[in-house]
Write a protein that binds this ligand. Structure first.
Ligand SMILES: NC(=O)c1ccc[n+]([C@@H]2O[C@H](COP(=O)([O-])OP(=O)(O)OC[C@H]3O[C@@H](n4cnc5c(N)ncnc54)[C@H](OP(=O)(O)O)[C@@H]3O)[C@@H](O)[C@H]2O)c1
Length: 283
């Protein structure tokens, strides 16, 4: 049996979609059914369910608020992923959890591989880095996947914000000094499952291919939806953000591509499929 935690989020939604399409059995939980910060509750929950794979999609993702909610952020992004690794080990189950491109400081000037040393600039990024390290130290049948700028049909994200803003604004300013790769949560789910099948555990990068600034991402979406307003370039320093951001954190996913023997789709292709899905939902 497969257990998904944080299953109502973007990634969890698409994992459920894929398992439903494949008619595979799974147990989906969000914090109401299973709070990942409560190790004893998890231990009790899994005890009679023959769990063979745990996919942890739960996380604390509010990068700015994390500067003020350090404790909660660490509970969700560091301690709980480690506890789930401990429980997976007790069950001899495979375990997958996720981290972020934000663990890098952006100073490399080229895309980041798994061999690059993180230098997390914010509380959120540090909590994720600590989570990665403790999971990989605790259990060797763990997969830790770093991804970036996730968007999907469930939950809120930058794509949906841009579409919303486009409805009420003729002028929009979006930063062009944060560069990475927008990643479709369906692709994150799909290629995670490909990776798990190989049984090659460890640390991986998984982002849609190509790279973009937030400005490029917004420009692509706005042209696709036929917005006729003016899009202006802005800088991160124009906004009073609580958490520092790195400029260039594009992940190099070639290790994963080699292991699964497939190339990842481009971020533009991911956005095209997202917009098709989005149109179906708002019809
Ligand atoms: N989103 C991004 O841009 C991004 C970028 C890089 C890495 N990642 C990582 O990718 C993974 C998937 O992200 P996502 O975008 O799918 O996240 P998401 O949409 O924010 O989903 C996270 C889910 O976890 C749930 N949750 C919160 N606290 C919980 C708890 N104590 N116990 C159980 N569930 C809890 C949330 O419920 P509520 O919504 O009700 O709180 C939500 O359903 C995460 O590890 C994330 O950090 C995401």
């Amino acid at each position: 049996m497969i257990l998904i935690t944080g299953a109502n989020g973007q990634l969890g939604h698409d994992l459920k979609k894929i398992f439903n399409e494949r008619k595979e059995d799974y147990i989906a939980t969000d914090y109401k059914e299973l709070d990942i910060t409560n190790i004893e509750a998890i231990r009790k929950f899994v005890s009679d369910k023959h769990i063979e794979l745990i996919i942890n999609c739960a996380a604390y993702n509010n990068v700015d608020k994390a500067e003020e909610e350090k404790e909660l952020c660490y509970k969700l992004n560091s301690y709980a992923p480690k506890d789930l690794a401990i429980i997976s080990k007790e069950l001899n189950a495979e375990y997958v959890t996720y981290s972020t491109d934000f663990v890098f400081d952006g100073k490399k000037g080229a895309s980041y591989t798994e061999k690059d040393i993180p230098n997390p600039p914010s509380v959120y990024a540090k909590s994720k880095r600590d989570g990665e390290e403790s999971v990989l130290a605790v259990y060797d049948k763990s997969v830790v996947i770093r991804t970036s700028w996730v968007f999907g049909i469930a939950n809120n994200n930058f794509n949906k914000q841009v579409i919303n803003w486009s409805r009420g604004k003729d002028i929009m300013s979006i930063v062009d000094d944060q560069i990475s790769a927008p990643t479709y949560s369906y692709d994150l789910a799909f290629y995670t499952l490909k990776l798990i099948k190989t049984k090659k555990y460890g640390l991986y990068h998984l982002s849609n291919s190509g790279e973009a600034s937030k400005y490029d991402q917004a420009k692509y979406i706005l042209s696709k939806i036929g917005w006729t307003g003016t899009l202006k370039r802005a800088k991160s320093s124009d906004f009073k953000l609580l958490a520092p951001r790195s400029e260039y954190t594009k992940l190099d996913s070639s290790k994963l591509e080699e292991v699964i023997g497939m190339k990842l789709p481009t971020w533009e292709n991911g956005i095209d499929r997202f917009l098709d899905e989005f149109e179906d939902v708002i019809k």
